[in-house]
Design a protein around this ligand. Structure first.
Ligand SMILES: CCCCCCCC(=O)SCCNC(=O)CCNC(=O)[C@H](O)C(C)(C)COP(=O)(O)OP(=O)(O)OC[C@H]1O[C@@H](n2cnc3c(N)ncnc32)[C@H](O)[C@@H]1OP(=O)(O)O
Length: 179
């Protein structure tokens, strides 16, 4: 990470710690409540710049026998780290995401993710997150996976060329962080 990073303030519009964060787009595969094939993640604001997210590891998320698919876990990190960027009050997209898969995660587990912005420079937003199993046979304090991600702030027009491909009725502004 660069050493000239700054941290954004926690804005007044952000929910109080424990308050629910809204989904950023109802058709989102990660969090949308109008996406039957999706992962239906939910998010709450934490202290400072932290947000937390929950994912129930459905049977259909199987990768190796009995365990979550690594790509599904990556989606969850992408989503929760993107939600941490909601404090900025404007849209972001993922530029780079890297995951460490530390422990097997059994199907049926409930995962809790904690994510935050570690710093910003220009349009670059550096984030990190970790996951723990909070329900299931291997639940505990052990960190089962970690992630670091670079998000880029964008203008809402970023999505304009995609308007013809949207599956569903766009909310305004769609595909963005909006509180
Ligand atoms: C609430 C929200 C939840 C969202 C959860 C889900 C989020 C998603 O999955 S978004 C979908 C997946 N991501 C995408 O579709 C993004 C596709 N990529 C793009 O559109 C572009 O590459 C984009 C916008 C990321 C960057 O392009 P552009 O705006 O032209 O930026 P550009 O000028 O090249 O780079 C800006 C800076 O970022 C850096 N940068 C850009 N991409 C990367 C990268 N992959 N790795 C490292 N650095 C990068 C550049 O080096 C530059 O740095 P500096 O300021 O130091 O010169």
């Amino acid at each position: 990470m660069p050493d000239d990073l700054t941290l954004p303030p926690r804005p007044d519009f952000f929910p109080a710690p424990g308050g629910a964060l809204p989904q950023h787009w109802s058709k989102c595969f990660g969090c949308g409540d109008d996406q039957p094939a999706g992962m239906a993640m939910t998010f709450t604001a934490g202290e400072g710049l932290e947000v937390s997210g929950r994912l129930t590891v459905a049977q259909r998320y199987q990768g190796g026998p009995g365990v979550i698919h690594g790509g599904i876990l990556s989606v969850a990190f992408d989503e929760v780290q993107g939600m941490a960027c909601m404090v900025l009050g404007g849209p972001v997209v993922t530029g780079h995401l890297e995951i460490d898969f530390a422990r097997p995660i059994p199907l049926g587990s409930v995962l809790e993710f904690r994510a935050r912005i570690d710093g910003m420079v220009r349009r670059k937003v550096y984030t990190s997150a970790e996951a723990r199993i909070v329900e299931g046979p291997t639940a505990g304090d052990t960190v089962v996976a970690t992630s670091r991600g670079l998000f880029l702030t964008i203008k809402p027009e970023h999505f304009a060329p995609m308007a013809d491909f949207v599956d569903g009725v766009p909310v305004s502004p769609f595909g963005t962080s909006s509180l």
